[in-house]
Structures are given as C-alpha cells and as structure tokens.
Design a protein around this ligand. Structure first.
Ligand code: ATP
Ligand code: MG
Length: 314
C-alpha cells in the first residue's frame, strides 16, 4: 500500500464549554484534545489502515505527548516528528459562537510547530513516501513553505502524488508571500480538496463549471469540493459525482474536512472507484462531527463499514 506523508502543525485544542463571543472573561474549558489540521488528517489515515507518517515538531511537554501517543496508537509513523525541549507545543483555544462560527486564540508560529524542519529522519520518511498531503493551515512561515516544497519535489521525483486542501483561514491570505506559496503548491497538486468557495481561490472563473474546467485543464487529476452538511462533489473531467452527507447529529464540526480528506486520499491511492471513495470519506466526515474534539471522531475501516451499513447503504 502507498504511504502518505504530511508536514505541518501539531497542536492541542482547548474548547470553551459554553457558546458565545471570545475569551474576554474566565470560562470553563475542556481539553487538551490532540489537534492541528495535518495531524487530524494523518491520524485518520493511520486509523483507516493506510501507511502514513508526519513531519512536525512538538515540545517536551504533555501537550506534545498527548499528540504523539495518539498518532502512534493510530498507526502513524512519528519518526519525522522532533521533540524540541526549548519550546512549548502549539495550542488553539476555540469557542463556538451562537451562529456556529468560531473565535480562536492560536499559538502556532512561535510554538514548537514553528520549528518544523527537514531533519535527517524527516527526510528519510519523505523519501519513503508515495504521496504528500498539504494543508493550507500549515503554510504559516517561509521556512515551512520551503520544507513542504522540498518534500513535494522529493515525492514527485519518485513518481508520487500530491493532494492539497487549502483549508484557508481568511486572516492568513494577507501574510506576506502566502498567496505565492498557495499558488506554487496548487500548481503541482494532483488532487485538489477545497471547501465551498475555496474552489475559486486560484481561478478567475465566475461559475463552478468554469472553475472546474479550468483547474482540470491545468493538470489536476481530480477535484473534490466539500460542502459540510450539504455533502461533497467529485470531478475528474470524465464524470461528476455527488455524495450527500450522512444524516447525523452535529456536535463539533472541527476536523470533518480533515477526516473526509484522509479517507478520500487513502481510497484514491488504493485505486478504489471514486463513488466508493466518496462514500467512505463522507462516512468519516459524518462520524467526525458526532464527537467533541477534532480527532476524537476518527474511524477505522470497520467502523466506517458498520456506520454505512447502519444507514442502509451497501
Ligand atoms: P473543516 O476545514 O472545518 O474541517 P471542511 O470545510 O474542510 O471542514 P466540510 O465540508 O465541513 O469540510 O466536511 C467534509 C465532509 O464531512 C462533508 O462533505 C460531509 O460529507 C461531512 N460532514 C461535514 N459536516 C457534516 C454534518 N453536519 N453532517 C454530516 N456530514 C458532515
Ligand atoms: Mg477544510
């Protein structure tokens, strides 16, 4: 089976237990939950049974250990993750507003995640991988962009493939050089996994059909547009497939896109027909939103089979 590698931030997520605006007064919090978009992605890939590994950096602290233990337990190769005793593991404090949007306080760039580098063990892991997955959230510094571009060249150089989920937070696009970094990665990806309007990030097309045609025309093999509870759509130039979301009770939407992406990419690498890959991916996204905590709803292959069977699909 093909091995997936991802590079980027490892965080703990600490959540306010009450909905509302911001963190301007003492609140009840729950956490730490292991997190970070690429970490959630790779944890779900590992749990699904795909060979996979991660390049990152954590501090020598419990926030780091909570992540390393989880990743290892779920089958992720953690040999490319450095433990740096001089810095603390990254964190994100999250509070849901009443309208479902979120307020964050992040410590990423100046946390251990900011020291993610191409160490010898990271390089070895990348050289042994067949696929690189890139999360837009990970492109938070020039150094990490450089590491990701180098990894991309290594993986592509050995005939591998790249998937890209822009997963962009609007405040990030203003950072110097970031648009260029997004463009470079987009230009070389094989599988593009935007959510909703992110489909239009790299095109001037005015409608969805125009954007799809333009992106596929540039050499992307397939596009999957994620639309939360409205499901997902797959396009490869030969066919367009729509996958409805499974009906579940949404407890915490964080991580759904990352879990969906991990299962879709794993199935795609296994050569599964795209309608089956989409069904497994949607099942993973649905199970992810049923649990509190970004990584807590990650599923094994068997759990997805049981879930899909319970909904009447085969
Ligand atoms: P994020 O970046 O916040 O993790 P995303 O925008 O990348 O999310 P979504 O579109 O929110 O990704 O979710 C991915 C997939 O997960 C959806 O296409 C759907 O199949 C499933 N999903 C998400 N939310 C729900 C929900 N409320 N109910 C059922 N399935 C859901
Ligand atoms: Mg996303």
């Amino acid at each position: 089976m093909k091995k997936i590698v991802t590079i980027g931030e490892i965080l703990v997520e600490i959540m306010a237990t009450e909905r509302g605006e911001g963190f301007n007064r003492p609140l009840s919090l729950v956490g730490p939950f292991p997190s970070g978009a690429p970490a959630i992605f790779i944890d779900q890939a590992g749990k699904f049974g795909q060979p996979c590994g991660m390049v990152s950096c954590v501090g020598d602290d419990d926030f780091g250990r909570v992540n390393l233990d989880r990743l290892k337990q779920d089958g992720v190769d953690i040999s490319g993750i450095t433990i740096d005793p001089d810095v603390a593991t990254g964190s994100a404090f999250v509070r849901y507003r009443h309208d479902g949007s979120r307020d964050f306080v992040f410590n990423i760039k100046h946390s251990a995640s900011g020291r993610t580098a191409l160490t010898e063990s990271a390089k070895k892991l990348i050289e042994g991988s067949d696929h690189l997955h890139v999360m837009g959230t990970s492109l938070f510094s020039a150094a990490i962009v450089e590491t990701i571009l180098t990894a991309m060249a290594i993986v592509k150089g050995r005939g591998g493939t790249v998937s890209f989920d822009p997963n962009v937070r609007p405040e990030m696009l203003g950072l110097p050089g970031l648009r260029g970094a997004f463009q470079s990665i987009f230009a070389r990806c094989d599988l593009f996994l935007p959510s909703g309007s992110e489909l239009f990030l790299f095109t001037d097309a005015k409608d969805e059909a125009g954007a799809i045609a333009e992106i596929l025309g540039r050499g992307v093999q397939a596009i999957v547009v994620k639309n939360g509870a409205d499901g997902a759509t797959y396009h490869d130039g030969r066919q367009t497939l729509r996958q409805a979301a499974f009906k579940v009770r949404e407890v915490d939407p964080t991580g759904a896109g990352d879990c969906f992406g991990a299962v879709f990419v794993s199935c795609w690498l296994r050569g599964m027909p795209p309608d089956d890959a989409l069904r497994y991916a949607a099942a993973s996204g649905a199970r992810a939103v049923e649990r509190q905590g970004p990584m807590e709803g990650a599923s094994t292959h068997e759990e997805l089979d049981t879930f899909i069977a319970s909904t009447g699909h085969t």
